[in-house]
Structure formats: structure tokens, C-alpha cells
Design a protein around this ligand. Structure first.
Ligand SMILES: [Zn+2]
Ligand SMILES: [Zn+2]
Length: 160
């Protein structure tokens, strides 16, 4: 008989870091579990390797930045995370939930805001069609300053 993947009893519920790793085919090592937990817990969906490292450090973990980076690469290859290369510099990672969205990136603090706009999506498809272009995917990133006063040159000086 074929054994079910999940054992009955005290197994973790589906969607736990352990299950997520099993599903992706990665062995559940401590660094992998810790890194995945950071993404599942955080309010910020988009994290750079340094951000993940700092969260772990604050929790007293001794997982090094190089390990964090390696785990992020493994997760990206396994499809657990997607990686965004924004022109502001650092690569940020987010949980791959399979829903298309685009991004606004603050050039001052690095904050990333997600958005989805049906009209923009539709317009892009139309443009591709007009150019006889077979569209497979797109990534739209808008760069500017977020609503945080600290990112608007607030403080000293001021606009006349
Ligand atoms: Zn900002
Ligand atoms: Zn995103």
C-alpha cells in the first residue's frame, strides 16, 4: 500500500514551514525552517537577504548572512520564493503565491509596495498585440519616494 505523505498523529498542519519544505522537495534543515518562518510571519512581504539576517539575529539565531543567502537561492530555485531585481540596488525576495502583481519601490528607504491594476494589465496586452509580440510575462516597477516624511526630504531645509 502507498503510505500517505503526512503521518497521522502529531504532524504539523499543512502550510507549516515543515510541510512547505517537504512539498518543495527540500530537506527541513534548521536554517531553512528559520528563514521560511521569517517570510511567513513578517508584515513586509519583500525582504532582502540582509533584512532576513537581521530578523534572525534579533531573535538570537546564529545563522550567518552567507547561509541566509544560500537558503534564499535554494528557495528561489525550488519556487518557494520569487526574486525581484529592482534598480534601486538590492535583490528582494517574497513568498511565491502565484498571484501576479507589480511593484512601487521607494528609492530612499527601499520600501516595496505591491499593486495590481486591471487597466494597466489590459493595456500591456493590447500593446503587445499591436506590436505582434507574444507576451509571456512582464515585470513593472515604479521608482520614487514613499509616503514616509523621512523619505520626502523632510527635516532640514524645505521647499520654498
Ligand atoms: Zn521611503
Ligand atoms: Zn511583490
Amino acid at each position: 500500500m502507498t503510505a500517505p505523505r503526512r503521518r497521522s498523529g502529531d504532524g504539523p498542519p499543512t502550510g507549516s514551514p515543515v510541510e512547505e519544505l517537504k512539498t518543495s522537495g527540500l530537506k527541513a534543515t534548521l536554517p531553512r525552517l528559520k528563514v521560511l518562518e521569517v517570510f511567513q510571519r513578517t508584515d513586509r512581504r519583500h525582504l532582502a537577504a540582509e533584512d532576513v539576517y537581521k530578523v534572525l539575529l534579533a531573535e538570537g539565531s546564529d545563522i550567518g548572512l552567507a547561509t541566509v543567502y544560500r537558503v534564499l537561492m535554494q528557495f528561489t530555485q525550488a519556487g518557494l520564493l520569487t526574486r525581484q531585481h529592482f534598480e534601486s540596488g538590492r535583490a528582494v525576495f517574497e513568498l511565491n503565491e502565484g498571484r501576479h502583481h507589480d511593484h512601487m519601490v521607494c528609492l530612499h528607504c527601499g520600501r516595496v509596495q505591491e499593486f495590481f491594476d486591471a487597466a494597466i494589465e489590459q493595456r500591456q496586452r493590447e500593446l503587445a498585440e499591436q506590436h505582434g509580440f507574444e507576451l509571456h510575462d512582464h515585470a513593472l516597477a515604479m521608482y520614487g519616494l514613499c509616503s514616509d516624511p523621512a523619505c520626502r526630504g523632510g527635516g532640514a531645509g524645505g521647499t520654498a
